[in-house]
Design a protein. Structure first.
Length: 170
């Protein structure tokens, strides 16, 4: 309907999402959960995780954006919420992360568009067009790819690659 489209357009521009697969963010949490004091020197972190610096920075940025870690004085450590997510079994972990992911403006806009559409679907192209006002075409596509990865994990929405549409999560 026109109502959600207007609200989505008003809500843009959105802060960029760090390009970090949610699985790598969870790997970081798992590693920190086992680290002494549930923290580690940020500059030594890549080695045990097997992440290159180009991968590590967006992963730590994503975990920080989601409120799962805090970075101070060169150390990265789990927050209380990060400890809860790291300790949770998969269904609870998805639920806890889903609640955090819902607060991110781009994911919230996709969820709202899907929820308020008559058929429970929203075209990827709409969001690409909105993002293209703020990012290059390739960066807009990367932002949406990250949103799909995170949104699907948190069960906020699903994505039909053939139709190129977001849809209600099962």
């Amino acid at each position: 309907t026109a109502c959600w489209r207007e609200e989505v357009i008003v809500a843009a521009p959105w802060p960029p999402l760090p390009h970090a697969p949610i699985g790598m963010v969870l790997g970081l949490l798992e590693h920190l959960k086992e680290a002494p004091g549930q923290k580690e020197d940020l500059y030594k972190l890549g080695g045990p995780l097997g992440y290159e610096l180009d991968d590590l920075l967006p992963v730590t940025e994503a975990a920080k954006l989601l409120g799962l870690v805090r970075i101070a004085s060169g150390d990265i450590e789990l927050t209380a919420d990060g400890r809860r997510v790291a300790a949770a079994e998969e269904p609870e972990r998805k639920k806890r992360l889903g609640a955090r992911l819902r607060k991110l403006p781009l994911l919230a806009a996709v969820r709202k568009a899907v929820d308020e559409s008559e058929n429970g679907r929203a075209a990827r192209k709409l969001f690409l067009d909105l993002l293209s006002d703020q990012f290059s075409d390739s960066e807009s596509a990367r932002q949406l790819a990250t949103a799909v990865d995170w949104g699907r994990y948190g069960e906020l929405f699903d994505f039909d690659p053939d139709a190129e549409e977001f849809l209600r999560a099962p």
